[in-house]
Design a binder for this molecule. Structure first.
Ligand code: RP5
Length: 168
């Protein structure tokens, strides 16, 4: 792939194990949209579509991605398996499961063996939003315009916090 193609490719991949994960992972997408970061969201299941997983993970760098956000629930092997097959930074989002409230997802993602890192976020929406912010921070290291947008996003967040609580 030529350099020009890489420059035009979306830098962030959001992958998730199931359509049912989108309710959580859409928060990562919305956060990236707010920051003007192009991204591509795909369903890639470690268990139901293992060949798709291998193809995605092995080809992610050559597709032009620079960061991967991977969300899954339950036996959440997707982030770790992606990390095993790509040199790109991988941020894992534990999706809140029905049976164990996402503790299963969290422990599946966070306990990686030394040598294969997954940056593991909080369970659910907070994790999805923060994975997007971390992805943006990584990209902002070499993108001054994005760094300014990220600063503005954080300043707006700070400005949005009232001094005192109000009755709801
Ligand atoms: C995991 O199984 C997915 O990441 C999802 O969180 C969970 C349940 O998937 P569905 O049965 O809702 O498709 O692989």
């Amino acid at each position: 792939m030529v350099a020009e193609d890489r420059a035009e490719a979306a830098p962030v991949a959001i992958v998730m194990g199931s359509q049912s994960d989108w309710a959580t992972m859409s928060h990562a997408s919305e956060t990236l949209k707010a920051l003007g970061v192009a991204h591509d969201a795909r369903i890639v299941s470690a268990h139901r579509t293992p060949d798709r997983l291998v193809a995605f993970a092995k080809g992610a760098r050559d597709e032009g991605f620079r960061v991967v956000i991977a969300g899954a629930g339950g036996a959440a092997h997707l982030p770790g398996m992606v990390a095993a097959m790509t040199p790109l930074p991988v941020f894992g989002v534990p999706v809140q499961s029905h049976t164990l409230s996402g503790l299963d997802s969290l422990l599946s993602i966070v306990q990686m063996p030394a040598g294969v890192p997954v940056g593991t976020l909080a369970i659910g929406r907070a994790g999805a939003v923060n994975a997007a912010l971390l992805a943006a921070s990584v990209l902002a290291l070499t993108d001054a315009s994005l760094a300014e947008r990220l600063d503005a996003w954080r300043a707006a967040q700070t400005d949005g916090v009232a001094d005192r609580p109000t009755e709801s």
